[in-house]
Design a binder for this molecule. Structure first.
Ligand code: RIB
Ligand code: CA
Length: 310
């Protein structure tokens, strides 16, 4: 099969960084057209610099990184330095590439790329959905250039920012609603799935034992990441969220899910950013595939094997 055209929208962020490395290590499966960055875990200037640092680490500075929206559609920005560190890549000390990023904003680039695509493009979104929402509002015709959208976000169980909401959706619930309501082929990978994918000491050691700069960087990033989630959610080890999106695109057999009717709460305070999924009906047909299970052992075997190629 020819490589799948792919755009990754992200807010690096430690787990975004691991997801980018997994995608960059899979050139046979992905034609990575570009990376777009959004404000989320840390402000936009840092998410953009961090995405470029990861491309440089993977010796893939050929992949363009386009800076997108510096804040959500309506809400003020909520960041997560307590999880990812002030730099956004706590645990790794990566040089920033010398060349400046492209001047073009991510949103017009997304519109240009998706309206002129020779083959439908897969979108992997790993952060708040502001960029994609603005592109859809400005140019709904981009939908014709999209094969599918795989979103890391949401939760049918407890959230991780509030009891109701997961971070990516909570930061920009209005953008999430624009995307969910756009009628795109959508797959949601929420906390219900990513909390099954935890970085145990043995799995961390496998990455460290790669003995490569990428293996060392990945182990350094993951060594301190997500500790807060262990206590907050009663997990045995820190969950790894964003790389599940890339792993799903590489090996969908590692996951299971079902079509459901998905919507996003954009009102109130207690449930703001809640993703609500129900069994589809004639009145409310399925608009998303909601993933439910992950084969964690298979995921980490894939991750370690691929990062070992960089
Ligand atoms: O809730 C986890 C998600 O929020 C991940 O994408 C993480 O990087 C943060 O963006
Ligand atoms: Ca992210």
């Amino acid at each position: 099969m020819s490589p799948r055209p792919l755009i990754i929208d992200c807010d690096p962020g430690v787990d975004d960084a691991i997801a980018l490395l997994l995608a960059l290590a899979s050139p046979d499966e992905f034609d990575l057209l570009g990376i777009t960055t959004v404000a989320g875990n840390v402000p936009l200037a840092l998410t953009t610099a961090n995405a470029r640092r990861i491309c440089h680490l993977a010796q893939r500075s050929d992949v363009p990184v386009y800076a997108g929206c510096p804040r959500p559609l309506l809400r003020s920005l909520t960041t997560a330095e307590e999880i990812h560190g002030a730099s956004g890549l706590q645990g790794a000390n990566l040089p920033e590439p010398s060349l400046p990023p492209p001047a073009q904003h991510a949103v017009p680039w997304l519109i240009e790329r998706l309206t002129t695509a020779s083959a439908p493009v897969t979108l992997a979104t790993l952060g708040p959905l502001t960029n994609l929402a603005v592109a859809l509002i400005q140019c709904p015709a981009i939908a014709q250039g999209i094969d599918q959208v795989v979103i890391m976000g949401g939760a049918l169980g407890p959230g991780n920012v509030t009891p109701a909401a997961e971070f990516n959706i909570y930061v920009d619930p209005h953008a999430a609603k624009v995307v969910v309501d756009a009628g795109l082929p959508l797959t949601m990978i929420g906390l219900d799935v990513t909390h099954q994918v935890v970085t145990t000491p043995a799995r961390l050691a496998d990455l460290e034992n790669l003995g490569t700069p990428v293996g060392q960087a990945a182990a350094g990033l993951l060594r301190h990441y997500g500790q807060i989630d262990i206590d907050r959610h009663g997990l045995v080890a820190p969950p790894l969220h964003d790389p599940c999106v890339i792993a799903y695109l590489l090996r969908p057999d590692l996951f299971t899910g079902r079509p459901m009717q998905l919507t996003v709460e954009t009102e109130g305070s207690i449930c703001l950013g809640r993703t609500v999924a129900s069994a589809p009906s004639q009145a409310a047909p399925a608009n998303a595939t909601i993933l439910e299970t992950a084969d964690a052992a298979g995921f980490y075997a894939l991750l370690t094997e691929r990062l070992g190629k960089l």
